[in-house]
Every structure is written in C-alpha cells, then in structure tokens.
Unconditional design. Structure first.
Length: 407
C-alpha cells in the first residue's frame, strides 16, 4: 500500500496536464496602436515579464508576443502592464554590495511596468527577483522612477536615500496633505498605493486600483483530524533475539495547520506548518532463549507532537476544486514515551526512553471550495531510539487526514 502511495505521488508530480495555467480574457495593444481582444496565459508573474502567451480563441494553439511587439497588455480585472523606456537604478540593497555613492546609477531600459494605480497620477511597479522599483507619472507625462537607494556611509554604517518623498511632495501634493504624511512614507507597495489613491481622490479623480482587484486570501487556518496506520520494528545489532516487529495499529491524531500562500504564480505554491498530536501503543510477545520461560513481552507507549514544515503545490481543476501535493520535513517531540521488555513474571529486562529523530513526509490531497480537504500522507522511517547506538528502529505512518478551514 505504501509503495502504491509513493508511486501515485510520482505520477501526479510528473503529470503536467494538471499544472496548466488557464488562459483568461484580456487584450493587447500592438505597435500600430491596434487593440486586440484575446486570451492571455495568466501565470501571475512574480517578476515583470518580457513576453507572454496568448490565443485569439480557445481552440487554437497559443502564440508568444514579446516586449518589442506590444505597447500594453492586460488580463481583465486582474493585471495590466505597459511598455516604457525608463531610467532605472539597479543598485543592490544587499549590505555586502552597498556602494558609498548615495546617488542612483541610472541605465535606460525598455521594460514592461506593472500598473498598480491608474488615475490623474499613475503608480507602476517593476520587480526582478530581489530588486523592486516604483515608477510614476502624472497627466500623461513621462514615466520616472521614484528614487530610493541604500548606501554605505562607512564600513559599519548604512544610510538611505529617500528622495522619493521629495519627488512626491514636489510633484504629487495636495492642499490638505501635511509634511508628516510624506515623512512617514516608506518605499513599499502598500504605502505608495495608499498615497496615490488619496492624491487622486484629492483632485476628485477616480482611481483604478489593480491590486485591490486581485486581492487574495493568502492565509488559511485548518483543523486536521486524522486516522493513522502506524507500525514499529526494533532491532538490536548485538543481539538479534531481542528484535521485535510490533503490529500495525490504527490510531487517531489531530493537527492545526497554518498555511501561507505565496503571492505569485496564481497561488499555486504554499508553505504550511502543522503541530499535530499522535500516539501509538502496541504489545508483542516473542519467543527467545535469552528470557526465562522462553518468552519476551515487548510493549511500546509512544505519544508526541509532530511539527511538519511543508512545501505545497496546487493543481487547479476548476474554480472550486484543486489537487495538491506536499513534501514535509518533520520534527517530532515525544513526551513520557517508552519501549519496555519484560518476562512472563513481570520483571523488566529493558526499559528504553523514546528519543526521536526527524523524518520526511509526502502527501497528496484534494481541496474543495477552499474549505474542505482530504489528504493521504506517507511518512518515511523515523528513528525512535536515537540515544541507543546498538538499537535500530523503524517507525512508519500512513495517514488519512481530513481538513476543515476555519479561517
């Protein structure tokens, strides 16, 4: 059964048809200013794109358009990008790479800028891995970068050039704005979004906030009861007669999962942490010549809090349902747990305190309406007698996990 689960995980991970990202309604404007309605492949770009795939209708093969061919493209009610030749400063914000020059080092580049706010004043964003730059213009003027740069004052001290505040105060001011509003402004998307929306509102100009349109639920808190099928075997490297294969036992567990959706690539990736209570009890009688009466009664009483840290990937089936796979690194914290060997007369031969090691988990599941979920998870072998060098143990668990999201 466990081999079948592993095979199923490998098949799903390699099954690309589930991983396709949908084409959504949008448009592009070409170099002749012709607007063309189409379907655009929405991959929820983390970095600003230089090209995109599109279809003129659902049943034809997709084609690719590049930044050289397109002035603007948009996915309806989700995102919009405009091509612009701008001066951009790519100075690093990494402490080890800071320069002593506080002034930006501009280079002229042709970029697709993401439109964040559109109105009397427009706000744009450019992202290239760790580099984030914001741009603006007003009343169809040329697009300029809002200037922010970290620089090194000396070997032990860094400063920030916040010239973007002066740019906003000089060019995007309103009679009811106070200097304190500018002084408290950070070079961050949410701060700048709020400022531009308030500026447009000040001039009775309506704003289009593309970020509000694509607001996402990026956090889920889920109750996760489960059925566990667990087994344990113990082997003594110096005395094979004390080795025991305990029976497979069915037990209950309960976890609470906090899931953080990564805000790009169409919400397809997530990180989750899930403190989980589990327990395992079993007893086995074996025949052995080393024990008076020829029998060894071995018992295990093991309970712990497992803390899986998981990387999860979703495959969307439709708007309401999705399949997911996850890989987990599991830390286990046992409490008052032991393995005991005793004779028929009740005298104890061995008493081992359980001290566990980390292990891995692989899971595949289904989620409906972002509320209900069902997962099958297999855990690789876990060592439970880590403090005893002459003993090898093999604890395995296969779980059926039910989920109900409360937040």
């Amino acid at each position: 059964m466990k081999n079948q689960i592993l095979f199923l995980l490998i098949v799903i991970l390699s099954f690309n048809s589930f991983a396709q990202i949908s084409f959504e309604k949008g448009y592009y404007i070409d170099n002749s200013n012709q607007k063309n309605n189409c379907l655009i492949k929405n991959i929820d770009w983390k970095n600003n794109p230089t090209e995109f795939e599109y279809k003129l209708s659902e049943n034809i093969e997709p084609k690719t358009l590049t930044i050289k061919e397109i002035k603007e493209f948009s996915i309806n009610n989700i995102s919009k990008y405009v091509r612009s030749t701008v001066n951009i400063d790519r100075s690093s914000e990494s402490l080890s790479k800071l320069s002593e020059d506080k002034n930006p080092i501009f280079k002229e580049e042709e970029l697709f800028l993401k439109v964040l706010v559109e109105g009397k004043a427009n706000l744009y964003q450019y992202v290239d891995n760790n580099l984030k730059r914001y741009f603006y213009n007003k009343d169809n003027s040329n697009i300029e970068q809002l200037i922010f740069k970290s620089y090194k004052l000396n070997e032990s001290e860094a400063r920030k050039n916040n010239r973007f505040r002066q740019q906003l105060w000089s060019n995007l001011n309103c009679s009811n704005f106070k200097m304190s509003k500018i002084e408290g402004l950070n070079y961050k998307k949410n701060d700048l979004l709020k400022y531009f929306i308030e500026y447009n509102k000040c001039y009775n100009n309506s704003s289009t906030n593309f970020e509000a349109k694509q607001k996402k639920d990026l956090f889920n808190l889920t109750l996760r009861p489960r059925l566990n099928s667990s087994s344990l075997s113990t082997q003594n490297s110096s005395s094979g007669s004390n080795s025991v294969d305990f029976d497979n036992e069915i037990g209950f567990g309960f976890g609470i999962e906090a899931e953080f959706i990564l805000p790009y690539n169409k919400n397809k990736w997530a990180i989750a942490i899930e403190p989980t209570y589990q327990s395992y009890k079993s007893e086995k009688t074996t025949n052995t010549d080393n024990v008076s009466g020829g029998e060894l009664i071995a018992s295990v009483d093991y309970s712990s809090i497992e803390i899986p840290l998981s990387l999860r990937h979703y495959f969307f089936l439709n708007n309401n349902s999705k399949i997911f796979v996850n890989a987990s690194f599991i830390v286990d914290i046992s409490s008052n747990s032991s393995i005991e060997h005793k004779r028929n007369d009740g005298s104890i031969v061995n008493l081992f305190e359980i001290e566990t090691r980390t292990n891995l988990g692989l899971g595949v599941g289904y989620k409906q309406n972002d509320k209900y979920s069902l997962e099958i998870r297999y855990q690789t072998s876990r060592e439970v007698l880590g403090n005893y060098t002459s003993w090898d143990t093999d604890y395995n668990t296969l779980s059926i996990i039910f989920g109900y999201s409360i937040f």
